[in-house]
Each structure stands twice: as C-alpha cells, then as structure tokens.
Ligand binder design. Sequence first.
Ligand code: ZN
Length: 222
Amino acid sequence: MSYKHQYTDGTPIHFPLGKVVCVGRNYAEHAKELNNPVPTEPLLFIKPGSCTVALEADGFAIPQDRGEVHYEAEIAVLIGKPLSRNPSVEEVRDAISGFAPALDLTLRDVQARLKEKGLPWELSKAFDGAYVLAPFVPGDSYSDLTDIGIRLSLDGEVRQDGNSRDMLNPIIPLIQHISAHFSLQSGDVISTGTPVGVGPLHSGQQVEISLAGQASFSSRVL
Ligand code: ZN
C-alpha cells in the first residue's frame, strides 16, 4: 500500500492512514435517488485503510468484471488527534487536521445483491482501490463546517454539486456519534456521505472533484 496522507502543498502528514469511517445516506436527496429510506440515525460502515489510493492526475483503476462501479464524491475529514468516547464540540473541532474531496467507489450491482440478502457491504465497498483520496487542505481552512461545497464533474459535466449544509448529520455531531461506537485515532478519516447525482464510471472518463473554493483535482478512470 503506497498511500500516504499529505497536504495539497505536498507537505507530508506524519501519521499513517488508519480506517475510513463512512456514513451512508447522509444527504436526503441521495437516499431518495437510490430508493432508500432516510435513516433516523447515521448508517455507518468502515472501509479499511488498505482500499485507499491517492487521487493522482495519471488515473485510478476500477474493477472491470463486477458490474457497475459508481462514483460517490464525499468530503473527507482527517482526524489528527485521538478522541475520547464522548468528545465535546471543541475537542472534535480541535482534532480535525484536514479536509479533502474523496471518491467512495461502490460496486453498485454487488451492493444491491448484498442489500437484498441483508448481508454486509464489504465486497461492494472495501475492495482494493475503493477509496480514492485527494490531498488535504488544512483543518483551519473553513470557519463554518456547515458550508463546505463538494463537486464532481465527469468529462467536464457537473454530476454532483453538494454542500455540507444539506447533511442529515453535520460533520461535528457525526464525529461525536462515531466516537461513541469506534475509537478514532490520528490518521483515521471520516467520509461524510455523498450528495445526490451518483452514477456509473467508465474507463477513459475524466473525473474532476473539488472542495469549492479550496482545492480541485483532475484524474482519469483507467
Ligand atoms: Zn458513500
């Protein structure tokens, strides 16, 4: 595994990647587009660090033989300090070391089969290369965490254009909730869910993901 955390200016971040704690259906409009009920508490799942690759200009690979691979653009939050089981708002804010756009790649056909049978989602969410993570902007880049824009374009056409203000579980309460269930360590990442507009990726497409006004990255589907 060659992935290493870094900031957008190339500065390395010295704690290793731990786990990626993800939240499903954190935007109501996205839950509806997949005909899922809007959950009453956060729907959490974990991607192992091993499935993470750096978003680089020369491209990223997707599985070719397991049905549709969907993009899900998400705001990734880097945890830079261990959190207690019951952290205060200030402790959570202080533990955030960065923000980045990320792709939570999902084998949608495989996931549909697993969901139908009530089985765990790992085969659709935790395969090698399933989390494509861009470099981080510093944790103090935003004064208001309920106003972070996340956007994805495919071949120049905007497909997802979300904002953290539309999250059912905003970033700070989400991290407080997660902390009660999973201990968060330096190097862990929270993937905060995807806005409406998901769809399949195809080899050869050009993908651009950005945190509005902060950082934009372009890559290609191999
Ligand atoms: Zn997701």
